[in-house]
Design a protein around this ligand. Sequence first.
Ligand code: TMP
Length: 213
Amino acid sequence: MTGSKTSAMFVTLEGGEGAGKSTSRDFIVSMLEEYDVPFIQTREPGGTPIGEALRELLLSKEGTAPSVTTELLMVFAARAQHLHEVIEPALREGKWVLCDRFTDATYAYQGFGRGSDLGEIEALEALVQRGRHPDLTLLFDINPQLGMARARQRAELDRFEQEELTFFEKVRNGYLSRAECNSRFKIIDASRSIDDVQDALREILKPFLDRTS
Ligand code: TMP
């Protein structure tokens, strides 16, 4: 990577379980490489040693599950460190940041899914992010029934993935209502074939990438 190109963008990938985010992330990485754009890829919860340790606790099925408030504070604690240690420095260096999930996941999972107060999430968002928001959010939207059927085939389910279908319906509605009020969202119908999803991604990303060349 040359590091010569600027117009750094903060891009987040969001969606329910089994929406094919990982396959799409690999495709986006190949596009960034094709355009010779300097970038990092990272994820939430995680992205730093502290964040990855919190991720393990958050996804673990062992021991006592965190309370709704504890869970909310854990995702924001991981995020605070992630912004400090990884995201802000990369953006300062002019690198694109491709992040698998960010605060929209907190609104969708903790807010709409678990019932955490949305005003409290907003307050934590302001405290932790200090005005930093993604420039572009790709929402991989899928019917939860189909998504969960895919997720079940993939690997052992984590603590979130073990939730009932109604939880994922709330999460999906949360994401869609966030997308309605934020123009940075692009919704991708993730029930389509991989080829169709990749065509949609190319169409969305090309104008941003053309600006960097
Ligand atoms: P992943 O499956 O995309 O790796 O994400 C791990 C899980 O973490 C996923 O089930 C969603 C959940 N999550 C939250 O509940 N709140 C958050 O703020 C984030 C970033 C993820």
